[in-house]
Design a protein around this ligand. Structure first.
Ligand code: FMN
Length: 133
């Protein structure tokens, strides 16, 4: 399994991760669940109307933390706003429950992918594993 697939599997199994952004000098964090590998990139999904989207437009640096099976994942990088319609369609195909809130052409649905991503999977019992993509 490639590094990016390993990170995706961790996020999928954890189901919920926490996405941190910056709002000026104030950190902001909230639960997220969307994750998809499409075209070799790790995407997340949000709505352009949300504060999180506005914060990322100003400062794309972001960090994710998830905990699952005694291990925790920390993933940092830049979230690139990608207007690729195929990515939005693929996200809705993977997570059909999103269709109640989003449509690929609603002008609100947004997918962003991680650039210069560095992930670390840690536990109390083993050496940390670093994955970059
Ligand atoms: C378990 C869980 C998963 C969520 N996943 C997402 C998600 O993937 N994308 C999203 O935009 N909002 C998601 N939300 C909702 C956001 O956490 C919520 O809209 C949050 O307020 C957005 O951050 P903001 O207020 O800073 O914009 C999720 C909420 C929960 C409880």
């Amino acid at each position: 399994m490639s590094g990016i697939e390993k990170v995706l599997q961790f996020l999928d199994e954890a189901k919920t991760y926490y996405l941190a952004t910056t709002d000026g000098d104030q950190p902001r964090v909230r639960p997220f669940g969307t994750a998809l590998v499409h075209d070799g990139k790790l995407y997340i999904q949000t709505g352009k109307v949300k504060e999180v989207s506005k914060q990322l437009a100003k400062n794309p640096k972001a960090e994710i933390c998830a905990f699952h099976g005694g291990k925790w994942l920390r993933l940092s990088g830049e979230l690139v706003d990608d207007d690729d319609r195929a990515a939005r369609v693929a996200m809705l195909e993977k997570l059909p429950s999103l269709k109640a809130m989003y449509d690929p052409d609603d002008g609100n649905m947004q997918t962003l992918y991680f650039k210069d991503a560095k992930a670390t999977i840690s536990s109390f019992t083993a050496a940390p594993e670093t994955i970059e993509f």
